[in-house]
Design a protein around this ligand. Structure first.
Ligand code: ADP
Ligand code: GLC
Length: 480
């Protein structure tokens, strides 16, 4: 099949979260299966500066209609591996920025303009480059206009540009909602600016359009596919998702074993396997050293790597500050985002010298060291579409402590619910729930045999992308 992916992030060219890991791994897995895969991304500065991109690109110029203006851009493309092409949609003014979505304090004012331009430019490149994809697979709100614009462009040019479209919801909490005056920039017919179109409480909602106008909808875990059909988790779009209930499926993300594998991980000070965990002990020692904790620490180390947002349950961790300060445990948190959370974590680290370590950086290599060197991985999310870190932690033999929501339910079994298959601890998404799981973690860590058995089970789990990629292949074939 000829498959086009359209997304705002792809590892290793630009990453702020799991979307990048998924687009990177899925496109490579499909290319390795022999499909012809193209990925379209915005030409962010980090992508343009990436070693694979510099010097290796071909270019094509585009003119994109935005209301009554025509904006120019160019497309740079290169092929990082057989069967895979990456296209960067470039326009300096929109994408040549250090951060993709905002300046840290708030989102950029021109995000609607930027991503409407992006989607239209992708369609124009599909047309001018005569790509003729079987499937155009769009990810999250930044690519949500594409399924609609593609059909509009087909109507205008009287051609077939692609056979089917798939839209994946990675996180329904981010929808791309903008003032309705932006609608003019889409150049779509006015009837699409109504309740059965993009209109949403007198604004426009790009994700709503993506869900409504694509051939198939997917999300990143079976549990989340159900949850987003309820008011509790649907973030106002539960009705829209429900209307597509027959066409929505939850396909679990996988782990890219070329990047996340303790036996080969070049970012770790030592490598290890389930049979020989000596390297894990070295990683733990290095983690303790990097955090400034005493080298001989025997007590459990809790690790956490997350965007600092309400989603990730940081407030539940903060509400348990007395646990981390009073108990004989260590806590390492790597994450950036919300300024208040950063500040409160800094205060906690200040109060817990030699016990709590917080780093507000984006640090790929530290994220691997935390996965490998911790004894438990914390992910007490309020909601979680899939979550990758809890899978990485199991592969690295670090037991996850997670809340009972979304993809966490589909990927972790609580050791007390099922002592023969359990690989982690689960809790209700609340401060009290987390407290209970932390207490149980202490008990589990004290029982070395039970801990080691759970660790072996965790490392034996198969989260490989080949399973997930095969599920997407079936979905594409079925839709065709
Ligand atoms: P989400 O996409 O909601 O952020 P996931 O668990 O799916 O959550 O994926 C998060 C990804 O982002 C993981 O690869 C994780 O290691 C990475 N990550 C998050 N914060 C940081 C950070 N501060 N430094 C490095 N990697 C990070
Ligand atoms: C989103 C979700 C996360 C998911 C990731 C990749 O960022 O928050 O749960 O794992 O997308 O699908």
């Amino acid at each position: 099949m000829k498959i086009v992916h359209v997304a705002s992030e792809m590892f290793p060219y630009l990453k702020t979260g799991g979307l990048a890991d998924v687009v990177g791994a899925l496109s490579c897995a499909l290319a390795d299966k022999g499909h012809e895969v193209s990925v379209f991304l915005p030409g962010y500065r980090s992508a343009l500066e990436h070693g694979e991109v510099v010097g290796a690109v071909r270019r094509m110029r585009l003119k994109i209609e935005m209301a009554n203006d025509f904006l120019s851009g160019d497309v740079r493309f290169f092929s990082p591996r057989p069967n895979l092409k990456v296209y960067l949609i470039c326009r300096e003014e929109f994408f040549d920025r250090r951060n993709p979505y905002g300046n840290g304090e708030r989102d950029y004012e021109d995000n609607a303009e930027r991503f409407i331009f992006f989607c239209k430019a992708v369609v124009e490149m599909i047309r001018l480059g005569d790509l003729q994809p079987d499937i155009v697979h769009c990810h999250d709100w930044q690519a949500a206009l594409l399924p609609i614009w593609l059909r509009e462009a087909e109507r205008r040019h009287r051609v077939t540009l692609a056979l089917k479209t798939v839209f994946t919801i990675h996180n329904i909490a981010y929808q791309g909602v903008f003032p309705s005056k932006i609608f003019a920039r889409t150049n779509l017919p006015d009837e699409l600016n109504q309740m059965d179109g993009l209109e949403y409480y007198s604004q426009i909602n790009l994700m709503k359009g993506g869900i409504m106008f694509t051939d198939r909808v997917t999300t990143v875990s079976p549990r989340y596919a159900q949850e987003i059909q309820t008011p509790e988790y649907g973030c106002g779009l539960d009705g829209v998702v429900q209307a597509r209930a027959d066409d929505i499926v939850g396909l679990l993300n996988g782990v890219d074993s070329a990047v996340w594998n303790p036996a080969t991980d070049g970012l770790l000070p030592a490598r290890y396997t389930a049979e020989n965990l000596a390297g894990k002990a070295q990683c733990r020692a290095e983690l303790l050293r990097r955090c400034g904790f005493a080298a001989e620490t025997k007590s459990p180390v809790f690790g956490m790597v997350a965007r600092l947002t309400e989603q990730k349950g940081i407030d539940f961790v903060l509400a348990n500050r007395d646990f981390f300060l009073a108990q004989n445990v260590r806590l390492v948190v790597l994450g950036s985002g919300d300024r208040r959370m950063e500040e409160e974590l800094r205060v906690l680290a200040g109060a817990g010298v030699q016990k709590v370590c917080f780093s507000a950086k984006l640090d790929e290599s530290m994220s691997h060291l935390i996965e490998a060197g911790s004894d438990f991985f914390l992910m007490p999310s309020v909601f979680e579409p899939c979550g990758l870190n809890q899978m990485y932690s199991q592969v690295y033999g670090t037991l996850p402590v997670v809340s009972r929501v979304g993809g966490l339910v589909d990927t972790v079994i609580d050791i007390d619910d099922d002592p023969r298959h359990g690989t982690g601890l689960m809790c209700e998404p609340s401060a009290v729930g987390l407290r209970d799981a932390l207490q149980r973690a202490l008990g589990l860590f004290g029982d070395r045999r039970r801990y080691a058995a759970a660790q072996q089970r965790a490392m034996a789990k198969d989260f490989s992308w080949s399973v997930a990629a095969a599920a997407y292949e079936r979905l594409y074939e079925d839709s065709l």
